[in-house]
Design a protein around this ligand. Structure first.
Ligand code: FMN
Length: 385
């Protein structure tokens, strides 16, 4: 099969992924919450960003390499953390981490990944970043970050936009959890999606590999019989607001680069920097946390204006192609990330998906820049129409 011809953009892979995933996983990956209003705003506002083509300005080939925190990447984009990736598609974390290394872009492993942080670091090398959902017990945070440091992670994304229980209606209905809690409906969905089910069977039952060692600590003696250790851990011993004292504790423990993920408010952007962050990820979690959240397109220019030109700003939420990447850079971002598109690609094309989608995104970005007559990423803001 000629995948270049059959899948020239994320959109084709998205359609195939939709068909190949059992509905409960489709709901989890594609869905957001409420009326999916915020998710849609991300797309609508991106589509409305216009770039002005200039045909007399610059005939040089577009250069898309960029340097972030002293490391040069082949392109100004990377993979956002997606929890339970290995339940969406068997071995998704490994596939994407390896592809990111090949394409010289960063891959971020979620705290609630189903692959071990140690394995992903050895697979992706310095291209592996780690995302932290913060355990409540300081000694658990310390241990987890110590493991990251020990194997060589140097970039941590501290996610702050899950301060309270999230109600994603479809996931509640489907009982999405780890290990998966199957019922008659989800079992039927699996049987009718053998591509997904067989791969999952061979890969083994997905588990929260990175936080599993902590299930047995502390209060877990009180786990009731009706819920699993992982559900108890996630509900009772993870998360909550990251107020300044907790932030300071993490800043103190983490010697590498610390990026705050989920920043939406320009004033808070400044506050996080004052608290010691090295950079910010402007994100509304792909519209998955608050259905009234504005799009990142709307807040990004305000955040850039608030923090000034020198603060590293990464953005995600709604980006689906190279043109969108150019749009986000034009609006003031230094770097762009995506979540769902990479999982669409792996669900559609399995092992080939990671590398294929990264190749396409690079080609699309070059093409967008070539069309407007812009040869350097730094110049993109001059092309806002
Ligand atoms: C299925 C799914 C799971 C996610 N899990 C996490 C997570 O574990 N940690 C986190 O910080 N963000 C998580 N996110 C948010 C992504 O990191 C990212 O912000 C979002 O996907 C960007 O929007 P996009 O999917 O439109 O690119 C998740 C997103 C999706 C779609």
């Amino acid at each position: 099969m000629n995948i270049d011809k059959k899948y020239p953009s994320v959109a084709e892979m998205e359609q195939v992924a939709y068909r190949r995933l059992p509905q409960f996983m489709r709901d989890y990956l594609f869905g957001a919450l409420g009326g999916n209003v915020s998710r849609q705003k991300n797309r609508d506002d991106l589509n409305a960003v216009e770039l002005m083509p200039r045909y007399l300005s610059d005939g040089r080939a577009p250069e898309i390499r960029t340097t972030l925190f002293g490391r040069t990447y082949d392109a100004p984009f990377g993979v956002s953390p997606v929890g339970l990736s290995g339940l969406i598609w068997a071995n998704a974390e490994r596939i994407l981490a390896a592809a990111a290394k090949t394409h010289n872009i960063p891959y971020t492993l979620s705290t609630v990944a189903t692959a071990k942080l140690e394995d992903i670091r050895s697979l992706a090398g310095e291209h592996a970043w780690y995302q932290l959902y913060t355990p409540k017990e300081p000694e658990v945070v310390k241990h987890l970050l110590g493991r990251c440091e020990k194997v060589g992670y140097d970039t941590l994304l501290l996610t702050v936009d899950v301060p309270y229980e999230t109600r994603r209606e479809q996931d509640i209905r489907n009982g999405v959890s780890v290990p998966p809690a199957f019922n008659a409906t989800t079992l039927w969905q699996m049987v009718t999606h053998p591509n997904w089910a067989l791969r999952m069977l061979f890969a083994g039952v997905p588990e929260f590999q990175n936080v599993k060692p902590y299930f047995a600590l502390g209060n877990s003696k009180n786990i009731g019989k009706s819920i699993t250790a992982s559900t108890h851990f996630m509900r009772e011993r993870m998360g909550g607001h990251i107020l300044p004292p907790r932030f300071a504790m993490i800043r103190d423990l983490w010697k590498g680069k610390l990026l705050v993920k989920g920043v939406m408010d320009p004033d808070e952007a400044k506050q996080y920097m004052a608290l010691g962050a090295d950079g910010l990820v402007v994100s509304n979690h792909g519209g998955r946390q608050l259905d009234a959240a504005p799009s990142t397109v709307k807040v990004l220019p305000k955040i850039r204006a608030a923090v000034g030109p020198n603060v590293p700003l990464i953005v995600d939420s709604g980006v689906r192609n190279g043109l969108d990447i150019a749009r986000m850079l034009a609006l003031g971002a230094d770097f762009v990330m995506m979540g769902r598109p990479f999982l669409f690609a792996v669900a559609a094309l399995d092992k080939q998906g990671g590398e294929h989608v990264m190749k396409i995104l690079k080609a699309e970005l070059r093409c967008a820049m070539g069309q407007i007559g812009c040869s350097s990423l730094e110049d993109l803001p001059k092309f806002l129409a």
